[in-house]
Design a protein around this ligand. Structure first.
Ligand SMILES: Cc1cc2nc3c(=O)[nH]c(=O)nc-3n(C[C@H](O)[C@H](O)[C@H](O)COP(=O)(O)O)c2cc1C
Length: 186
């Protein structure tokens, strides 16, 4: 079992980072091989909206921009399950994650693609206001619906629930790694 952790945080410390750490520990303790994509370090460009709205992404399932996106997408293709983890910025996912999701879903559209049927764990980490948690999770949910991924769980972590939500994030990743399937009764 390979689990890809797609990180939207630019920070190497702080709340979101600590939750990603818990996810990685849970996945590893469950026996999974963990791959992490730190999107903020990749400098991927936003979608250019080629031609009249659809570029070759629709016909050829690839993006024309040559900036490392294909390698990043290949990590998703090679995993069995994945985690999207992001701080909440402007009630949404962070910009690098938005760019990545935009381009991936275009390339995956209209085919039984790389994410079809794969379990996804969605984690949103807002700041002191807690604003935008639901809209951020919903944005990631849409990405999963568009790509055919199967949502395993939604986790919202803020500053006053992080103690028990960190444990939840660990347990969720571990459960996926150990093979728990959607629909199974525990
Ligand atoms: C540009 C920007 C926009 C933000 N927008 C929100 C927001 O809409 N709602 C919120 O609760 N926190 C917002 N925050 C705070 C982050 O969500 C906060 O950094 C998050 O809790 C992650 O914590 P961490 O930085 O310790 O990892 C924003 C932060 C930045 C830098």
């Amino acid at each position: 079992m390979r689990i890809a952790v797609i990180s939207g945080t630019p920070k190497s410390q702080g709340l979101c980072h600590s939750i990603i750490d818990a996810v990685k520990r849970g996945a590893a303790d469950g026996g999974a091989e963990v791959m992490e994509l730190k999107l903020c370090e990749l400098g991927l460009q936003p979608c250019q909206v080629c031609d009249d709205g659809w570029g070759i992404c629709r016909a050829e399932h690839r993006c024309v921009i040559e900036d490392g996106f294909a390698d990043a997408k290949a990590v998703l293709a090679s995993c069995d399950a994945f985690v999207l983890a992001t701080p909440v910025y402007w009630w949404e996912v962070s910009e690098p994650l938005k760019n990545f999701m935009d381009r991936v879903r275009r390339c995956e559209f209209g085919q039984e693609g790389a994410l079809s049927g794969k379990q996804a764990l969605l984690i949103a980490v807002p700041g002191g206001s807690g604003n935008g948690l639901l809209s951020c999770l919903e944005q990631m949910e849409r990405f999963c619906r568009h790509t055919g991924a199967v949502i395993f769980d939604y986790i919202g972590v803020n500053r006053w629930n992080s103690d028990y939500k960190r444990e939840t994030a660990y347990a969720a990743a571990r459960s996926i790694a150990e093979g728990r399937k959607n629909g199974q009764t525990v």
